[in-house]
Ligand binder design. Sequence first.
Ligand SMILES: Cc1cc2nc3c(=O)[nH]c(=O)nc-3n(C[C@H](O)[C@H](O)[C@H](O)COP(=O)(O)O)c2cc1C
Ligand code: SF4
Length: 447
Amino acid sequence: MSKKILLEHINVPGINTLAVYREKGGYASVEKALKTMAPDAIVEEVKKSGLRGRGGAGFPTGMKWSFLAKPEGVARYLVCNADESEPGTFKDRYLMEKIPHLLIEGMITSSFALGANSSYIYVRGEYFYIIKILEKAIADAYEAGWLGKNILGTGYDLDLYVQAGAGAYICGEETALLESLEGKRGNPRIKPPFPAIAGLYGCPTVVNNVETIAAVVPIVNNGGDWYAGIGIGKSTGTKLISASGHINKPGVYEIEMGITVEDFIYSEEYCGGIKNGKKLKAVVAGGSSVPILPAEMILTTASGEKRLMSYESLADGGFATGTMLGSGGFIVMDETTSIVQNLHTFARFYHHESCGQCSPCREGTGWMEKILHKILDGHGTIQDVDLLWEIQRKIEGNTICPLGDAAAWPVASAIRHFRHEFEEYVKNPAVIKEVKHYHNMHNLATA
Ligand SMILES: Cc1cc2nc3c(=O)[nH]c(=O)nc-3n(C[C@H](O)[C@H](O)[C@H](O)COP(=O)(O)O)c2cc1C
Ligand code: SF4
């Protein structure tokens, strides 16, 4: 049985209310932090914990916090990234919907550690019902004295605001998010300067993911060393995984870092195996932007070990044979899945979501989508497959923000591992008819 930290009380009736949350020990980290700890001591605990950002990049949280500039007389901000628009990723929604006070508690404790007196939760526009849940929880927290002026009589003031985005994937990128929060179009900024130096309204700002901020609560309660003792190597603690696709039990799971991928897919505790007894074909392990791996590679690392659910193990072998933990969006595909069709869906998404600032991303994502469409229409050639490869290579590393890379990696990995499938499509367009027929039937059957 894996350790539950963030989801420990998730099934307690009424845990979404302040009263029940308090009964289960809620807001203890605020009391401890504000009454007994200096802000820098909290940053030290987070550093010790080894916590890495849960939004995708996996950057060490304590280190990020310690980069925050502290000029005299200048405001500092904590911004929670609850944009969560990566296809296949839905863990933050679950946390905010079921246990909103955990995020609010994390926001207060983290804001205190960073010296922020105004903090923001930037929520994806489509999560309008979650905005209501958060607003209610925040109002209750104000009423109980956990927010506002002179919290717990300690002299610390904090105002917490919820801001709705308009539902643009790019607004999850931290600098685009800040632009949007300032009321502008969500175009990513060129870095440096990083938000820690010049973020919201030009002031030092930390942007963290929902799950990252929630994890600060148990870290402050139990200490950084305790958290660092959970998990494996530099992948400490637990991680929320959004599991979807051809599995028996889709859902959000909290895993201890270091369990095997095989266990995660096949055990009853998690995904419960592949639906209808079919064979595993491929997995996208960390949201649509990470490289897709065929069955044998997702189960086994380049060095021949069982692959683990951890930052290091999933990346083992680099992008040739590895992938990324990313945002934890684990999409499982069975033997009937068309990789080309799946890739076309992703390409359409990235083309639609490109903000258009950089030519390689703006033009390349559209070009890749068109070529994939041509192949799926039965008019593709081998040269088109080679062209796809070349286009993705020209995008990767040549753009202002990582959305370009996110669009390129799925294409690169699909061609690298499933080139035979592209070739089958271009050499024998009749295969496409069969595949499309299967998927249409499947969609009808499950509609
Ligand atoms: C296109 C794009 C979309 C992103 N979307 C999200 C998101 O929805 N939520 C999130 O936390 N991070 C997202 N990120 C990563 C953020 O830029 C940033 O790294 C993260 O919020 C930092 O938080 P963390 O250190 O707690 O992981 C996205 C990045 C890119 C390039
Ligand atoms: S990579 Fe794409 S999304 Fe990111 S700034 Fe450039 S054009 Fe915009």
